[in-house]
Write a protein that binds this ligand. Structure first.
Ligand code: SF4
Ligand code: SF4
Ligand code: FES
Length: 306
């Protein structure tokens, strides 16, 4: 008889969350103990980047707030998720992001802003949109005018039929870079260019996507938390005012393009596939696909046909 290898048993760790006792396997994060915590740069298929700090909580005895997404629980830890210090920090993160980027398609942002009382407008009206962010060089920052909030607004990059990069929605969480690079795709088509406020996600030499190393796997779209990266179909429907997630059904099926058999989740609105994602808990693909699984749905229904 073939035995099924079992993982070694994990010790359990006792902590408290807002005074309630919680028991978790050793190695769990604070986020595992507090699953409702807001997150942006955290991805369940990626190594935590600790970039956004919206997930911070207070831990008794710790000098600073700690990121729930990456900090592991320790025996006896007393975690506080709703102190004034936590609320103030989350409010500030939302205000800084909301004053400089477009969070209108970020799931959760509107609710969190209301919950924490974020008022991005107190930084002033949005400053002039920059049209030349790709041309900026490290150190060549524009001086703020002191009256308006600095912004990363810029035209969306629509340079191919499959996906759109709308970097005025980008919060620089680096998840797309990690998914394209060493953590999943190993294509390294995109990276971080510039420094400070002019830091931005870019292809090599800011080349249009069709001239870059991109293989159109769309694994960057899968992890983007703000909608800065989106299917062209979604981008067009949002522009037309027809995108409506409340009218969309999701059906998970198996890709038939090759023998690997990746899971595809088809998002269907009005009997049309409008985008494709992939379950993150699939032990083989972890939410990743290739161009055929991700974008091949356009062969099922030619969107340009009348
Ligand atoms: S589609 Fe794939 S290859 Fe292209 S930038 Fe995104 S992750 Fe990289
Ligand atoms: S494009 Fe999306 S995933 Fe990439 S850094 Fe910006 S917000 Fe993050
Ligand atoms: S979600 Fe934890 S630091 Fe961004």
């Amino acid at each position: 008889m073939t035995g099924v290898p079992l993982a070694p048993p994990r010790r359990l760790v006792d902590v408290t969350v807002d005074g309630e006792a919680v028991r978790l396997p050793e190695g769990s994060t604070i986020l595992d103990a507090c699953p409702g915590t807001p997150t942006l740069c955290y991805g369940d298929t990626l190594t935590p980047k600790n970039a956004c700090r919206i997930c911070v909580v207070e831990v008794k005895g710790a000098r600073t707030l700690v990121p729930a997404c990456s900090r592991r629980v320790e025996p006896g830890m007393e975690i506080m998720t709703d102190t004034e210090r936590v609320r103030h920090s989350r409010r500030l993160v939302l205000e800084l992001l909301g004053s400089s980027t477009d969070l209108s398609t970020t799931p959760g942002a509107a609710e969190w802003s209301e919950e924490y009382g974020a008022r991005p407008e107190r930084f002033g009206p949005p400053g002039d949109a920059s049209t030349d962010r790709d041309a900026r060089h490290p150190g060549a920052h524009e001086s703020p005018d002191g009256a308006s909030a600095a912004t990363v607004a810029q035209p969306a990059k629509v340079d191919n039929d499959l996906y759109v990069r709308d970097y005025e929605k980008c919060i620089l969480c680096y998840k797309c870079v990690d998914a394209c690079g060493e953590q999943w795709q190993n294509t390294f088509a995109i990276g971080v260019a510039g420094r400070g406020f002019d830091a931005r996600i870019s292809t090599e030499h800011a080349a249009p996507l069709p001239d870059s190393a991109c293989v159109y796997c769309g694994n960057c779209i899968e992890v983007c938390p703000t909608g800065a990266l989106s299917f062209k179909s979604e981008y067009d429907m949002r522009a037309e005012g027809t995108w409506d997630e409340s009218r969309q059904d999701q059906t998970t099926t198996i890709c038939t393009y090759c023998g690997v058999g990746c899971n595809l989740t088809l998002h269907v609105q009005d009997n049309e596939i409008v985008k494709v994602s992939s379950p993150h808990d699939n032990p083989v693909t972890h939410g990743n696909l290739c161009v055929k699984g991700r974008f091949g749905f356009q062969h099922v229904q030619n969107r340009t046909r009348g």
